[in-house]
Design a binder for this molecule. Structure first.
Ligand code: ATP
Length: 515
């Protein structure tokens, strides 16, 4: 655990040192749970968005994109249920004065039980060697069985309390499990209260409730209210989808863990409209497609898992999370929800406008059902970085062992694709040649010219930001127009003619390899 915490601290420090992420308004000591993306951060984030957008919009004839406003008519949020039900249960510790999400306190307790189970399994695996059957052991070992039963009972009770908004039982559960405040160590808790997560602001000069506006807590509603506009203008037939990338805002009760939980963040959402009755089939299809999207960029299978929702949101008839193993454990990275016709029907009712689709195949009008995929861009960023950042020992220029920090991002996601490096800074013939190469290839992808410091240090700098290719211009280049191209992960270097550089890099970063 300490090791994981250390790793996480290193990652946060790396993000700052190399210009990926800064705390917002840092010179004023920062603003809680708000972050700014630096020069490499914005590139990585844009690449994540591009990968998502292309895989959704460009690769599906029946998915189109939109970019809706952050502000929406206040009745939108009444219809969606957010005014009445977008709450989290909060609880305060009277001694430390720290505030927590009551459900998260219980979930952390459940995580600890899970860790105990994993420990038992690891011990047994060591003892039994190759013949070990983990599934069987879970069913038969009395201690593991006990843990699992306890886990299931608590998870069920929490889910029921959440579904019924039973705040008293949530408090009772925290007391029965003897959960203590991690800061004060005491069990001196307040009652559990509901807290609405929407930020509000005022419209123009209109005072009071009349002019109350909300900052959207999800991008989905901009898609629902535009459903017919988009369907008609793009001449789509069901099933079809609408995709959107944009900011969302939530007044999170506790926002820790860096960019995992922010108050201003970005979502990549796709709402897929289907004929009622076919939602289950589409839900399964999107589950598989989204998992494949994560695996395609090299995320190891054991770092991803499906996690069915224990308590379904008011709008859903099925819901699953894709969880990723962050440095602080398996947590939600993406949600896939079968939202029924809840949203469109509510908007239809509250606006008085028909939001129905005439299905020519069955000669019937109906309110479509919706299957959505919803992923946080910032969480995806954190997932990509946390699996890519490695500390390695590699041979240096003299063949001695040297440490390097390397970001083994998939080349498609890497912020800089190629660095062009003259061997020496003060040899004009080398720098001129290197700049010529840079000026030639800069139109095809993001590249960087760097002449400062010894070549080894420049390689390290590129490794630390995840640049997959480094091109070095040396004296041989001046004679035969060849350069060395160094590959980030294997460290292999080979000589190629200058005119091949662009093609070699383009091949290495080609998104087609992912599909
Ligand atoms: P959580 O349970 O972690 O609060 P959620 O279930 O409320 O998340 P959804 O409403 O399903 O999240 O939102 C879809 C996606 O948006 C999430 O899978 C996550 O990647 C992202 N997301 C949600 N809240 C935040 C946040 N505060 N900061 C960053 N990303 C977020």
């Amino acid at each position: 655990m300490a090791n994981q915490e250390d790793q996480f601290k290193k990652l946060v420090a790396h993000c700052k040192e190399y210009g990926f992420i800064f705390q917002s308004s840092e010179i004023y000591d920062g603003l809680a749970a708000t972050y700014d993306y630096g020069p490499y951060g914005v590139e990585l984030k844009n690449n994540i968005k591009e990968y998502w957008w292309k895989s959704m919009v460009y690769h599906h004839e029946n998915i189109v994109g939109i970019d809706a406003a952050i502000f929406m008519h206040p009745r939108t949020w009444k219809a969606s249920g957010h005014v009445d039900a977008f709450n989290d249960p909060m609880i305060d510790n009277k001694d430390s004065k720290k505030r927590y999400r009551a459900d998260v306190l219980v979930e952390e307790y459940l995580d600890k039980i899970e860790q105990k189970v994993n420990k038992e399994l690891a011990k047994a695996a060591k003892r039994f060697g190759d013949s070990f059957d983990a599934a069987m052991y879970r069913q038969t070992n009395p201690r593991v069985k006990g843990y699992l039963e306890k886990h299931a009972t608590i998870a069920k009770r929490l889910a029921t309390a959440m579904t019924n908004s039973d705040l008293d039982d949530m408090k009772a559960l925290i007391e029965e499990l003897e959960i203590a405040c991690p800061v004060s160590g005491s069990r001196n808790w307040t009652e559990v209260r509901q807290f609405n997560l929407m930020f509000s602001t005022q419209l123009g000069a209109v005072a009071g409730e009349e002019g109350k506006l909300y900052l959207r807590p999800e991008t989905a509603q901009g898609i629902f209210v535009n459903f017919l506009n988009v369907q008609k203008s793009s001449r789509q037939k069901l099933p079809f989808g609408i995709a959107q990338i944009g900011k969302a805002f939530r007044n999170e009760i506790v926002a820790r863990q860096f960019i995992f939980r922010m108050r201003e963040f970005e979502q990549m959402e796709m709402q897929f409209f289907v004929r009622p009755g076919t939602q289950k089939e589409w839900y399964e299809k999107w589950k598989a497609a989204r998992m494949q999207w994560h695996r395609a960029i090299g995320t190891p299978e054991d770092k991803l898992r499906f996690h069915d929702h224990d308590n379904l949101a008011h709008y859903a008839d099925a819901a699953v999370d894709i969880q990723f193993e962050f440095p602080f454990g398996f947590k939600e990275l993406e949600g896939i929800h079968s939202r029924t016709d809840f949203d469109l029907s509510s908007h239809q009712e509250l606006s008085g406008r028909k939001l129905q689709y005439f299905d020519p195949e069955i000669n019937e009008s109906y309110v479509p059902y919706v299957v959505e995929t919803s992923i946080g861009c910032d969480r995806m960023f954190l997932a990509a970085l946390s699996q890519a950042l490695r500390e390695e020992v590699v041979p240096d220029a003299e063949g001695k062992d040297a440490n390097r920090m390397v970001l083994k991002l998939h080349p498609v996601l890497a912020p800089v694709k190629c660095a062009v490096l003259p061997l020496l800074k003060n040899k004009e013939a080398l720098t001129t040649k290197a700049r010529e190469i840079f000026n030639r290839i800069k139109f095809s992808f993001n590249c960087q010219y760097d002449e400062k410091d010894a070549i080894g240090r420049r390689y390290r700098r590129q490794d630390a930001i995840g640049t997959p290719f480094c091109v070095t211009v040396d004296f041989e280049t001046l004679e035969d127009d060849t350069v060395t191209i160094r590959e980030r992960d294997s460290l292999a270097q080979r000589r190629i003619p200058i005119e091949q550089v662009e093609a070699v890099v383009l091949e290495g970063i080609d998104m087609r390899s992912l599909f």
